[in-house]
Design a protein around this ligand. Structure first.
Ligand SMILES: Cc1cc2nc3c(=O)[nH]c(=O)nc-3n(C[C@H](O)[C@H](O)[C@H](O)COP(=O)(O)O)c2cc1C
Length: 204
């Protein structure tokens, strides 16, 4: 594979917010993509601290309808809820959600084994989780799905753990919502590359 094929997929990844309760690929293929991702994404000192929970179909709907909506409504002032409700309905209307967790015990083990880097391991755990997020976001969209990344972790974590038997000490980092796209992503502008990339020593 050339770098171009990979970068084309990276370029094609966007935030899709209008999604249908349908998938372009079978559930087994989604499962396969998730397994390939967790097996191949790097982690600091090979800690493999990331955990993924995949909710499909009705389970996905339950997350947004029965857990996230009541959780947000409970804390949102009425004027904010007016904007939040359609947004949450948008997520509910999608097909699936991937929940990204970190296992703090894996991070603590590294801190004990390598005290010199103890302060760095929590941050590296966030980094490895984010790499999983990006790989899955890109891979699902390469299959014709659309996805968007959400952060309702603190509001939903406890109820999610109870409903899907998630160990209570796992730390929920993000939610990737996906489904068949029903609208194109919005326009996006890029800051000039020259202000953000600096190369020294190039010969050709
Ligand atoms: C670390 C990170 C956190 C993000 N958090 C959210 C979020 O909580 N809600 C949301 O709708 N989008 C979120 N996004 C999506 C960004 O707003 C989006 O990626 C950015 O505007 C660029 O648009 P694009 O995804 O279409 O390329 C997040 C993206 C990243 C990388």
């Amino acid at each position: 594979m050339s770098s171009q094929a990979y970068l084309d997929a990276v370029k094609a990844r966007r935030s899709y917010y209008v999604l249908k309760h349908e998938s372009t690929i079978p559930d087994a293929k989604i499962h396969e993509i998730v397994k390939e991702t967790i097996l191949n994404v790097p982690s600091s000192f090979n800690s493999q601290s990331t955990r993924l929970v995949v909710l499909l179909g009705d389970e996905h709907t339950y997350l947004w309808d029965q857990i996230a909506k009541p959780a947000v409504k409970a804390v949102a002032p009425p004027e904010v809820w007016g904007q939040s409700e359609p947004r949450l309905d948008g997520f509910k209307n999608a097909y699936g959600t991937i929940l990204f967790y970190e296992e703090p015990k894996d991070v603590a083990k590294l801190q004990e084994a390598f005290p010199l880097y103890a302060d760095n391991f929590p941050q590296w755990s966030e980094h490895t989780n984010a790499i999983h997020q990006h790989v899955l976001w890109t891979a699902l969209e390469a299959e014709g799905l659309g996805a968007n990344l959400q952060h309702y972790s603190n509001l939903i974590e406890e109820k999610v753990a109870a409903k899907w038997n998630v160990p209570g000490h796992w730390s929920l980092k993000a939610q990737l919502v996906f489904g068949t796209p029903a609208a194109k992503p919005g326009e996006k502008t890029a800051k000039p590359v020259e202000e953000r990339v600096f190369v020294y020593g190039a010969k050709n």
